[in-house]
Design a protein around this ligand. Sequence first.
Ligand code: UD1
Ligand code: CA
Length: 449
Amino acid sequence: MPVAVIVLAAGQGTRMNSDLPKVLHPLASAPLLAHALAAARALDPERTILVTGHGGEAVDEVARGIDPEIRVVHQEEQLGTGHAVRQAEAELAGFEGDVVVLYADTPLVRAETLAAMLEARAGGAAVVVLGFEAADPGGYGRLVVADGALEAIVEAKDATPGERAIRLCNSGLMAADAQTLVALLAEVTNDNAKGEYYLTDVVALARARGLDARAITCDEAETLGVNSRADLAAAEAAFQARARVDALANGTTLIDPATVWFALDTHVGRDVTIGPNVFFGPEVTVESGATILGFSHLAGCHISRGASVGPFARLRPGAEIAEDVHIGNFVEVKNAIVEEGAKANHLTYIGDARIGAGANIGAGTITCNYDGVFKHRTEIGAHAFIGSNSALVAPVRIGERALIGAGSVITQDVPADALAVARGKQEVKPGLGGRLMDGLRALKKKATN
Ligand code: UD1
Ligand code: CA
């Protein structure tokens, strides 16, 4: 059955107390809304429709960055979840299949759970609602179940005391046959405690037509909704806890799991060892058998098999670390390819560069890539040896197997196999050091007498 996903993201998010739209706040180095979209993507939807309202344009742009094919519709006034879903109707035209409604502020729902909802749909229920046993049912909608069938969803504000005692609550997520959903939504009114068009009313309306509705359940943790910064912090903790468990299960060694921070899109291969206090920003891939030592900060980079990074390394976007490369402590790499077996072990900045295979970059080497206005490239050939504390002033090329003397400031290209030394020449004056010191000591004695 083809699937269309509708993601609701029009709410204001007042309690975030922020200028940034709620669904753009980062969770695991990705905008909140990217999490729901990632879960949706696992269903291989035929179309994805995002309903925006507050912060519309900024949200549109980010959403299109995540999924260029996303269809964005605008809900001018937030008149309720049912009204929000109706805004997507035009984009559902011609679609036959299942619709899954997600909330952009509910980031922890597992793809497996969404798949289970669709299974229940395939089992014949016209409407499937995702519920959970709430520790504190509070303001959640209550699921009224009789003989296994979902009879109705009653919003807390409209519930009788008996209904309020129900602990099985509505996560807000729903799957339904597209045509049926559109037909039922047309019957929803705003005659209720909040004066809103409730999506939840489609359950009772379906039952009234003799259609089957079902609730399936998940763990409450999956339905955590982000309404405040405290919720966001709780969601971050929950995401990281899950990511660490997944990493361990997938064959990654985490020496101190609680101190490793993953992004939504981090890919780590088998037999990777990650030391304590490692932070993954967006778009990092670590291939099997690589080692990331403690206190490293990685973003937008690719680390190949057998490479060793850190401790205290910083890999920034565009860092491509080939097999068996060593990037050591206090080394920063940005927009640079470090080819197989090359080493930069200490105190180095490599930016806008290519480091050839087997090259050795001495301690304190700096690629001077920025002239204050433009960025320039440094090319270092295979098996070149850069002496410690060298400044390579880009644009500059160092040939294969070339040797750069320590402390050099290299401003001109160096051909293959050459030696280049660019520093003040050492002078040695026999006896002069001792004579100077004796003179100074004599001066001091005179002054204190
Ligand atoms: C909703 C459910 C409730 C459920 C709860 C779970 C209804 C009527 N109630 O209540 O049963 O227990 O979620 O968290 O559906 N939104 C729009 N446009 C609107 C209104 C809402 O896009 O006009 C979006 C919000 O941005 C949010 C989601 O829909 O992502 C839920 O809206 P919210 O107002 O938080 O619903 P609740 O009252 O919490
Ligand atoms: Ca809510």
